[in-house]
Design a binder for this molecule. Structure first.
Ligand SMILES: [Zn+2]
Ligand SMILES: [Zn+2]
Length: 164
């Protein structure tokens, strides 16, 4: 971006009292809510009650698209409106959670091999994953690596001493 554009955006944010992007998103939501109301479609698809305020409006995907199909993200027939609270409550229900997104207690992460929650500092980072952490804790990852070093005849090669 050129300097005058940066200055202009900064100036707009100051006038709006919030980042310009935030304001634009808020405006889009107000416009959408206004249209829904005029068409009597401001109805929560979860609790079937009216959505009374734009702040309560949440746009969600009926079928989860992530790790499934990106087309579902753009599919307008897969879009539904709900109360923010109904959407959030549903996300907390374990039944709709994806298996690998078990609701972890604060500061914990699920280890696939241990099959239990462990403190996050016991995991290596993996930026490609949704939570930035590996599937397995460091101990399990190291064990797996040692297993992989078994010689072809199945005899375990002694691990280097620093790994013990
Ligand atoms: Zn609702
Ligand atoms: Zn583990």
């Amino acid at each position: 971006m050129k300097q005058f554009e940066i200055d202009r955006h900064r100036n707009m944010s100051t006038q709006l009292g919030m980042p310009r992007g935030t304001a634009a998103n808020r405006l889009r939501k107000l416009v959408l809510f206004d249209l829904l109301k005029r068409h009597n479609e401001n109805i929560c698809y979860r609790c079937k009650k009216n959505i009374e305020q734009a702040e309560d409006l949440s746009i969600e995907h009926i079928k989860p698209w992530e790790h499934v199909d990106v087309a579902l993200f753009w599919d307008l027939s897969n879009i539904a409106f709900s109360h923010l609270r109904c959407n959030c409550a549903a996300a907390r229900r374990p039944v709709v959670q994806l298996k690998h997104r078990r609701t972890a207690p604060e500061g914990m992460n699920w280890c696939r091999t241990h099959k239990q929650f462990l403190p996050v500092d016991r995991f290596s980072t993996q930026p490609s994953r949704w939570n930035g952490l590996c599937y397995d804790c460091k101990d399990c990852t190291n064990t797996a690596k040692r297993e992989a070093r078994r010689s072809p005849d199945g005899v375990m090669v002694a691990p280097p001493p620093e790994e013990r």
